[in-house]
Ligand binder design. Sequence first.
Ligand code: ZN
Ligand code: ZN
Length: 344
Amino acid sequence: MAVECLDALLFFGLPNIRYLCGFTGTDGVLLVTADNTVFLTDSRYQAQAAEQVVASRTHCYRKKFSAIVDELTAGQFKRVGFDAAVLTVAAFEELRKLAHDDLEWCPLSEQLSFLRACKSADELVALKKAASLNRAAFTEILPQIRPGISERQLALELEFALKRLGGECNAFDFIVASGLRGALPHGVAGDKLLASGELVTIDFGTRVDGYHSDETVTLALGKIDGTLRQIFDIVLEAHDLALAAIQPGMLVRELDAVARDYIISHGYGDYFGHGLGHGVGLEIHESPALSPREETQLLEGMVITIEPGIYLPGTGGVRIEDTVVVRADGYEPLTEISKDYKEV
Ligand code: ZN
Ligand code: ZN
């Protein structure tokens, strides 16, 4: 169903609600029609909504679903869209029971996923700030990245530094994966101590005004052996080639292929199991997904990560990630830390 055919659209997902009306609380519903927006929330958020929300009207409810249905009935809406990726089946059933039978419910997911994909100048300011906190915090803790410190301690130092510098919260559970654990693409920091002769992969980010940073640095702890050094160079080159290939109008699977084909040509295709990257904004992972099958076009203003990796069980792994904004003539980097080979 095309969004234009709907009488009303209900948003339940908080990132979309924040994007569309400014509310940063944790419970509410936004009803959007061709000429009106109504924000519904409960008494806990009355004052906050009065301060933040830009809508035609705010309504404070006692019973959420009854209030939604009352609004739909009052508006005599026939076809109502909702963000199907967010509303649970139980909540949907409850709404449907309360509403009149001839109301047509239209689940939307694809149609809404690109709502926030292209960023405004204000959004880019927050994304840049978050990325610059990454650099500042990383620079601060770099002297501590040495053999003997535990992955968990390193993650904690990074978290302290980011929060002290003004980050709102961690963008996700930081990944600090050293030595053989580097072969785990999502090796959340554990008790393992960093040791010389290993690589350590650090994937981290923070949040500023609701917007996230996301970046992965892989460092060598002293001298590293042949295979590890080889896969580092391959991943860095795949990352650089993909960055250089970014152009608005290309399909995201074509961009994924630039990095993937390079890794395949060196015999490591089976060890790069995830997509090249993802959109970043009010959510750490959002549209577009940069996967080998995704037909979406890259557009100017999209903020995406480029994060190829090679993960060799029994040997170790490398991932290198930057976040960039797609520009008319290519890209502009947001993350600032150098990704060149570095021994510490
Ligand atoms: Zn990341
Ligand atoms: Zn990422």
